[in-house]
Design a protein around this ligand. Structure first.
Ligand code: GLP
Length: 355
């Protein structure tokens, strides 16, 4: 963990496939170790596009390496409400398609909230879901994805840290994001049954996976304050939670975005420019107006120690930026300015060439 910034251990993989393979192997190890002790392995499972590659890896482990799901009991996080289990978009259908129909799990060991329960019976039904988890010995490992607003399961921003399985109303942003699974937004159910945040936090171990364009919310969840406005940030208070993410989802973490803040880095003209531009944007000041104090307050004191005057650094960065501006994107005939981006030969004029 890059201390003081990342408050949850993060493992970064080149591709979602690599991350999923790692997560699948961790789950496989747990299933096998439980099996060797004659115990059931209780998994909490997630849906959405993120875990599809995880389930593909688990199916492969089953088919090629003999990983058996006979001693596995599963509890899914959530389900739309109302919805029929046979509906194409139901999480029942999703789980059958992506995992259950392809492994040797006993159907009696599968638990997914039922989107058909009568409204006046839901409270009782949710309590029973909680009791069932408890009776199974609690969740050994919970798999999570993350919504763009930081939701986990269907615990939208504002959900209480102490919430349990219950009926919730979906955020409009969640309905918009999930509309891709339905004909159009008007077909997306307005409610869902979801495990609560405390149900999730009670799991002995948690793996949250995030790929691609989730960099912003990953950064806020891992490095920000713990707040119910970003439900995933509450995971900072779990003692065995790991984020498994790909390189793209890691780009907003301080160690990549502002590496100079996390310790010593090797200064090159590029890293200096990145750091100074970052500071200028943050302080909303022109580069040439940055002062020695700005450098020190922005954690760039090292840069001053190494290169001296802030004014000189401002100038060098300013020159770099200035020289990247050209009024001749098509090339400037006979340009002679060294290191200037203008081409000395005009770029071939495609229109006249095709005439
Ligand atoms: C849904 C699910 C969540 C999931 C999230 C992210 O709303 N209820 O469990 O984590 O969306 O979905 P995706 O993985 O498709 O980005």
């Amino acid at each position: 963990m890059v201390d003081s910034f990342e408050k949850i251990p993060v493992k970064i993989f080149t591709t979602p496939k690599d991350g999923s393979e790692f997560a699948a192997r961790e789950i496989g190890k747990l299933i096998r170790s439980k099996e060797s002790k004659g115990e059931k392995c209780v998994l909490g499972l997630a849906t959405g596009s993120t875990p599809i590659s995880l389930y593909a890896s688990l199916v492969r482990l089953h088919q090629e390496e003999g990983l058996s799901f006979k001693n596995v009991v599963t509890f899914n996080l959530d389900e739309y409400y109302p919805i029929e289990p046979e509906a194409l978009q139901s999480y029942h259908n999703f789980m059958q398609r992506n995992l259950f129909s392809k492994v040797d799990i006993d159907p009696a060991n599968i638990n997914i909230p039922d989107g058909r329960v009568a409204k006046d019976k839901i409270k009782e039904y949710c309590q029973q879901y909680e009791q069932k988890i408890e009776a199974a010995g609690g969740i050994d490992l919970q798999v999570l994805g993350i919504g763009n607003n930081g939701h986990i399961g269907f615990n939208e921003p504002g959900s209480s840290r102490y919430s349990k399985t219950r009926l919730v109303t979906l955020d409009n942003s969640t309905r918009v994001a999930n509309a891709r699974e339905f004909q159009n937004i008007s077909h997306v159910p307005r409610m869902a049954i979801t495990m609560g945040i405390s149900t999730i936090m009670n799991a002995k171990r948690i793996i949250l996976m995030a790929w691609g364009l989730k960099a912003n919310i990953v950064q806020k969840s891992v490095e920000g304050h713990v707040t119910e406005h970003i439900p995933a940030s509450i995971l900072q208070q779990h003692n065995d939670c790991t984020f498994i993410i790909d390189e793209l989802a890691a780009t907003e973490l301080t160690r990549f975005k502002s590496p100079w803040l996390t310790g010593e880095i090797t200064w090159t003209p590029q890293t200096i420019r990145k750091a100074v531009v970052h500071m200028a944007l943050k302080l909303k000041k022109p580069v040439l107006s940055l002062t020695t104090n700005d450098y020190i307050d922005s954690g760039l004191g090292d840069l001053l120690t190494e290169f001296g005057d802030g004014y000189e650094i401002n100038l060098q960065v300013y020159y770099q930026l200035r020289d990247s501006i050209t009024g001749w994107p098509g090339g400037k005939p006979n340009a002679v300015i060294p290191n200037h981006p203008e081409r000395s030969e005009p770029y071939p004029n495609l229109l006249s060439a095709s005439r």
